[in-house]
Every structure is written in structure tokens, then in C-alpha cells.
Design a protein around this ligand. Structure first.
Ligand SMILES: N=c1c2ncn([C@@H]3O[C@H](COP(=O)(O)OP(=O)(O)OP(=O)(O)O)[C@@H](O)[C@H]3O)c2ncn1[C@@H]1O[C@H](COP(=O)(O)O)[C@@H](O)[C@H]1O
Length: 87
């Protein structure tokens, strides 16, 4: 189990170290357009899960959305503080 900040730190490390076999590295290399599409896709899955699926499935879809948002943040070079200042 990890927090939003812990996952972000892990993904930032992937972006810096570029380890072979990392899905995050592949997602970063796919570019902002593809990263944005993934965000939209996961958001749709969250919506469907919220209406039709269990709490557990919804939580899982939300975790994937958070991951995809973080990949997009890294793809655009944003840090969590850039976002948190608007919360
Ligand atoms: N939290 C996640 C995470 N959430 C979602 N995903 C990816 O998103 C996919 C689910 O999204 P989709 O519904 O689009 O599934 P899909 O279409 O089958 O996926 P793709 O074909 O697009 O890969 C998963 O199969 C993962 O590839 C994640 N991939 C990685 N992480 C975490 O990120 C960290 C770094 O991971 P690596 O970069 O793989 O080392 C680790 O802590 C991982 O647990």
C-alpha cells in the first residue's frame, strides 16, 4: 500500500532512472497525447464502476486513474506542489 505522494516519488524515480521493462517509462515515452487519452479512458472506467460495480472495483479503477494522472503530470514536467497550490 502507498500514498499518492509515495507513488509520485516512485514514478519520478522511474522517469529519472529509466529502468528497462517499466510500464511507466513506456507510458512517458508515448507522449502527452497518449497519456491524456489514458486519463480519459480511466476516468470513463471510474464512472462506469461507480454506477455498476462493487466498491472494491471502483477503488481499483480510481487507483488506475490516479496513476494515469501522475504519468501525465510527469509527462508535462509538473510536480505535486504545482497541483497542491490549487487545492
Ligand atoms: N499503480 C500503477 C498502475 N496503475 C495502473 N497501471 C497500468 O495501467 C494498466 C491498467 O490500465 P488499462 O485499463 O489501460 O489496462 P491495459 O489497457 O491493459 O494497459 P496497457 O495495455 O495500456 O498497459 C495496468 O495494466 C498497468 O499497466 C499501473 N502501472 C504501474 N503502477 C505502479 O507504478 C509503479 C511503477 O511501475 P512500473 O513503471 O511498471 O515499474 C509501481 O509501483 C506500480 O505498482
Amino acid at each position: 500500500m502507498k500514498t499518492f505522494d509515495e507513488l509520485f516519488a516512485e514514478l519520478r524515480d522511474r522517469a529519472e532512472q529509466r529502468p528497462e521493462g517499466s510500464g511507466t517509462v513506456a507510458a512517458l515515452e508515448s507522449g502527452v497525447h497518449a497519456q491524456g487519452k489514458k486519463v480519459l479512458e480511466e476516468a470513463g472506467e471510474v464512472w462506469i464502476a461507480a454506477e455498476h460495480e462493487s466498491d472494491d472495483r471502483l477503488a481499483e479503477e480510481i487507483s488506475q486513474l490516479l496513476y494515469r494522472v501522475q504519468v501525465l503530470m510527469l509527462g508535462r514536467g509538473l510536480d505535486t506542489t504545482d497541483v497542491y497550490r490549487y487545492l
